[in-house]
Design a protein. Sequence first.
Length: 411
Amino acid sequence: MELVSTSVGKFTADLFNKLNETNKGKNIFFSPWSISSALALTYLGAKGNTATEMAEVLHFTQAAGAEGSSSVARPSRGRPKRRKMDPEYKQAEDIHSGFKELLTAINKPRSTYSLRSANRIYVEKTFPLLPSYIQLSKNYYKAEPYKVNFKTAPEQSRKEINAWVEKQTEGKIKNLLGSRDVSNSTKLILVNAIYFKAEWEAKFRAQDTDMQPFRLSKNKTKPVKMMYMRETFPVLIMETMNFKIIELPYVKRELSMFILLPDDIKDSTTGLEQLERELTYEKLSEWTDSKKMTETLVDLYLPKFTMEERYDLSDNLKSMGMHSAFSSNADFSAMAQKGDVMISKVFHKSFVAVDEKGTEAAAATAVIVELTSAPITHVLKFKVDHPFHFFIRHNKSKSILFYGRFCSPLE
């Protein structure tokens, strides 16, 4: 499981930096876990250079202690033992097993919060997938290939896929695929959907929420509904880098939201530049290590917010080094015998809503438990009234399920 959480974490930082190139000063929100799962399911069918590039971009090679790859399905026995990642060396298998383990942990039935992740392969019904690939995808990813009629009914197939995603995300992700995204030449679409909803361990009181300015930059503000509570939370103050981190646990502490907040906006931009220059998975892990954080009494001000983002990640992934998977010389021969399989698009749509009761990512009513605390002299003010980064982590596995940057409230 640790292999996968490390590779997903490294991919998180890479993808954020890539998205940031074209979204300067804008909100960003995505699920690295969801994207990695869908690509890992594709990687399961990749061989040769296609597999090597995918493994490198997804950090499967470093995580598994291997250098190159040819994913799980079928070792090539005759070649010299060089850069590869196959069952003989166990690395690819370890990655896929790690995903299986984590999928099981994430989808464990529980009453305190909802967290569900689902994978599905939609394949043109006349297109033959290899039995070995079908078996492995079921085993590792619980991804049953689902036959649809792309060739003569692409629009019907698109609606079918969108309906499944909408159902898996409790209606939060609608129309993942647009009318131009599916055509009669579509062979295969891999979909991963993730839905998360949880209540805060310590809830905000609705009567304490009021309108306050959110500073977009040094001289620009927008009104937000600002929530407030006084409570004890794990905090890390990074004086050398001028920002602080707070951990807001959800009920039962199986998951937490971490907020990374610059001390102030120093220039005409968002104030996040220094943090973003330093952003790596290793740093994130170090900053959010429970041994480094101190339980601190905090006056916490946090905006209620909703974000919904949609990305076509194809160009991002190509420029990160995943070239051949998208080209006509892609090698997905561990998935299908016909040689014309390639990834055409990778779409990702994500949703998050944060309010007094908790977070819905992917509204419902809940009982608000009022918490009172005795007055204490020293309180840290943690006022989230300017741009910040946040992420939602599965604490046991240290896996980053969602990552975002909030720069501006929606209109």
